[in-house]
Ligand binder design. Structure first.
Ligand SMILES: Cc1cc2nc3c(=O)[nH]c(=O)nc-3n(C[C@H](O)[C@H](O)[C@H](O)COP(=O)(O)O)c2cc1C
Length: 362
């Protein structure tokens, strides 16, 4: 009981700090911006979120306004810290274009030139729109931006995948840390793209070690999608959890039906980490494209964001045809726990189950 009281007061403190009733954060999900999903999670007492890496400042602004028009609750806006300029290899890109044409239209010659919207402009946009929380992934925010965030009273949550990244994040001024275990769906948030597959730390080891290494609150992410996962993460020392895949089947997420249905029958070992969609390592369903692109003899993926540009047409055609084969069907290892019900109900049921397991009154 004493132990549970210390867990509940930690959770309570976190909820007060971030203006939450429930210690559940919707994972920022680039490509799944769906404001209704955030609104539902906020209405259940959790934190809404926007994965804004691919959004222009105007789109970010519109997203935040939509949320603010529907609710007063808290949300995070998430940005990717850019990688160094990629080294281009035209021969490899030609091989990739040919390979990709088996799964969609042949990518145009200039497909690999596409870049996400400018990071500096996105940072400026965040300062102008003043979200309660911003989060980083793939690295740390530059010092001057961190100072501006602090001056504006905006909290910074940094995503990490290792203990050493967590220590750097705390030193850089992060107010809280998302510890992303290797179970997580979507891109791995490793600071160094080259280390993303080498340093694959499971959530159990990562959360305990990060909690021991830093003084700021730790949010557990990766493979959590039910009350058991939440309770386990809080016992390991996390103050809250962040869930991505567990919300993908809710109607508000509006993902293609083929992706949503496949999640329901996906065993943990059916998801794989590869670079074949964007050039950055990410965990997805093992579709026919992923199988072929990771098979021996397949052309090696180009670096981020070149590969993202090269696969754009295949992904967009797959989405419009509703065909899983070429979709960027991100999925964490607990995909089968994702529930096809409104996000508010998902938050409520997960948190009620966790509270029961932990003997909380709250
Ligand atoms: C479709 C999808 C897109 C994602 N995009 C981002 C992103 O843009 N930024 C980010 O920090 N994390 C991103 N993530 C990771 C989630 O925010 C979260 O940490 C992760 O989903 C937790 O693991 P789970 O999927 O097992 O719940 C994404 C995850 C998914 C499934």
């Amino acid at each position: 009981m004493g132990r549970n009281r210390s867990i509940s007061s930690k959770v309570e403190q976190f909820c007060q700090r971030f203006d939450l009733r429930v210690p559940v954060l919707l994972g920022p999900m680039a490509g799944v911006p769906a404001p209704p999903l955030s609104i539902s999670v906020i209405q259940a007492g959790g934190l809404g979120s926007c994965g804004a890496v691919l959004m222009t400042p105007e789109q970010m602004h519109d997203w935040a306004e939509t949320i603010r028009a529907a609710t007063n609750g808290p949300f995070q806006m998430n940005l990717w810290v850019p990688d160094p300029e990629p080294t281009r290899n035209p021969e490899q890109e030609n091989r990739l274009r040919l390979f990709l044409s088996q799964f969609g239209p042949e990518p145009p010659t200039e497909a690999g030139d596409t870049r996400p919207p400018d990071f500096q402009m996105q940072c400026q946009a965040l300062l102008a729109m003043q979200p309660p929380v911003v989060s980083s992934v793939m690295g740390l925010f530059p010092d001057h931006f961190v100072k501006s965030l602090k001056a504006a009273g905006i909290a910074w949550i940094a995503t990490v995948t290792t203990v050493s990244e967590a220590v750097l994040a705390e030193e850089a001024g992060a107010d809280a840390i998302v510890a992303q275990g290797m179970e997580a769906g979507g891109h791995r948030g490793a600071f160094d793209a080259q280390q993303a597959e080498k340093r694959m730390v499971g959530l159990c080891s990562l959360v305990s070690a990060v909690v021991d290494a830093v003084n700021v609150p730790v949010i557990a992410a990766g493979g959590i999608a039910d009350g058991r996962g939440v309770a386990a993460a809080l016992i390991l020392g996390a103050s809250a959890v962040q869930i991505g895949t567990g919300f993908l089947r809710s109607p508000e997420a509006q993902i293609p039906q083929a992706w949503s249905s496949a999640l329901a029958s996906t065993a943990p070992e059916d998801t794989v980490v590869s670079r074949v969609f964007s050039g950055r390592a990410g965990r997805s369903l093992e579709t026919e494209y992923v199988k072929a692109a990771t098979a021996p003899g397949a052309p090696e993926a180009a670096p981020y964001p070149v590969q993202r540009g090269l696969t754009a047409e295949m992904r967009s055609q797959a989405n419009s045809l509703g065909q899983l084969v070429g979709m960027q069907a991100w999925a964490g290892q607990s995909a089968r726990l994702a529930q096809a019900r409104p996000a508010t109900e998902i938050v409520n049921s997960i948190w009620n189950d966790a509270r029961e397991l932990l003997n909380f009154d709250r």
